[in-house]
Design a protein around this ligand. Structure first.
Ligand code: ATP
Ligand code: MG
Length: 388
């Protein structure tokens, strides 16, 4: 029996003239993500996308899992393809949905006929298919209001399709349609979630990670790489950039007042990230900050970090509680990696008593001893890139 995946795309349908741009981006993302599951053809018709396996080597479970992680898809379903003949439709439905029908108590049939040359109308198709299902599974009852299984039969131009209910897609809009941004990624719980949230709004990601060897080890970098791999299951390819940060942290520790260490360090991260972002055609920065979570994430702290940025800084977690962020990180599969115990550069040189209400002029005075431009340029110059 031939199986395909039917996709309903969400907000895309609302985008008017831009619709084809969105559909092209969605199709590109789908093609890229499906490549690991085999050879597929993607066809569009009547606000539906058809994902059709091209040979027996296609892994439909893997394909369905991949489709479920592509932004821009509200709902999708797996369906059996068959001839446009009522007898064949009936036997295909009973065969294909046998397990679900056997274990359910109630069902209903919905039929859709977009091929108007098909001799039966939708009500007749429903009645005939429903009757056939009841004859094969006599324990079932029809419940049109709240059925356990909804059997859908669609008669379209090329073929008939039989399926059970729809699966929920990842939502959002296709990656690439929302511009490019650089996410400052640590090995923590928050920044991978922030990356995922902005990819969901269509942003293509470059990820920037600050590493301070020998204070931070190769395992910390490997952990970030693993986190990004998880995020890339949704976002598609991510450009990953590791920035050497040791000299800057040592310079701060040697020359600045301890209570301002963290905020000065964060200002350096933002300056360097903005420079790398510009050079890589990104027009915004993303961080995993959440208001009040730590001393550098108070309003006063954010004022001090934003003061060195000329790009918009997106902080999608700003109003979320830690618990809410954790729920999301479990859903997207990053949580278990995030809680591995490797040191991040933020945890070296942490002041005992950081300022929770840093004043911008005080922070600027505290970092005045440093040659900021030289340090920023050196770090940006020495950044190493790879592809995830
Ligand atoms: P996270 O869980 O994302 O590490 P956090 O709550 O630990 O966040 P901080 O350590 O204060 O918060 O970092 C705030 C934000 O700064 C992070 O969400 C991330 O965007 C960025 N950041 C922190 N450390 C690094 C790093 N080593 N490299 C790149 N960005 C970083
Ligand atoms: Mg952190």
């Amino acid at each position: 029996m031939k199986e395909i995946i039917l996709i309903k795309n969400g907000e895309i349908a609302l985008k008017g003239l831009n619709r084809s741009v969105f559909e092209d981006a969605l199709q590109k993302a789908l093609r890229h993500r499906l490549s690991k599951a085999g050879r597929f053809k993607i066809r569009r018709a009547q606000s539906t996308m058809f994902v059709e396996p091209q040979d027996d080597g296609c892994d439909m479970d893997l394909a369905a899992e991949a489709v479920g992680k592509v932004f821009g898809i509200v709902a999708y379903s797996r369906a059996a393809v068959c001839e446009k003949d009522m007898d064949v439709i009936c036997t295909t439905a009973v065969d294909y949905l046998a397990d679900q029908l056997r274990s359910a108590k109630t069902f209903k049939v919905v039929a859709k006929r977009s091929d108007k040359s098909f001799p039966l109308g939708s009500p007749e198709i429903s009645a005939e298919l429903g009757g056939y299902i009841l004859s094969k599974f006599p324990h079932l009852k029809v419940d049109v209001h709240d059925p356990e299984v909804t059997v859908a039969a669609e008669i379209r131009d090329f073929a008939a399709y039989v399926r059970a209910g729809q699966l929920k897609g990842a939502g959002g809009i296709p990656v690439g349609t929302g511009g490019k941004a650089a996410i400052l990624i640590s090995g923590g719980i928050d920044s991978p979630v922030a990356a995922w949230m902005m990819a969901k709004r269509g942003m293509q990601l470059t990820a920037i990670h600050f590493a301070s060897p020998p204070y931070t080890g190769p395992q910390a970098e490997a952990k970030v790489r693993d986190l990004l791999k998880k995020v890339s299951e949704y976002s598609g390819e991510i450009r990953f950039c590791i920035v050497p940060f040791t000299r800057i942290q040592e310079a701060i520790a040697d020359n600045c007042q301890e209570e301002y260490f963290t905020i000065i360090m964060r200002r350096f991260m933002m300056r360097i990230s903005e420079r790398i972002a510009r050079r890589n055609k990104c027009s915004a920065l993303i961080t995993g900050e959440s208001l009040g979570q730590v001393a550098s994430q108070t309003v006063g702290g954010l004022v001090c970090t934003d003061a060195v940025c000329n790009m918009p800084v997106f902080r999608p977690l700003i109003g979320m509680d830690k618990e809410e962020i954790i729920v999301r990180s479990r859903e997207i599969g990053t949580f278990d990696i995030s809680i591995l115990p490797y040191e991040d550069c933020c945890t070296v040189f942490t002041p005992k008593h950081p300022r929770t209400k840093p004043l911008l002029d005080k922070v600027e005075a505290a970092e005045a001893a440093l040659d900021i431009e030289a340090l920023v340029e050196e770090a940006a110059e020495n950044a190493l890139f790879e592809s995830i």
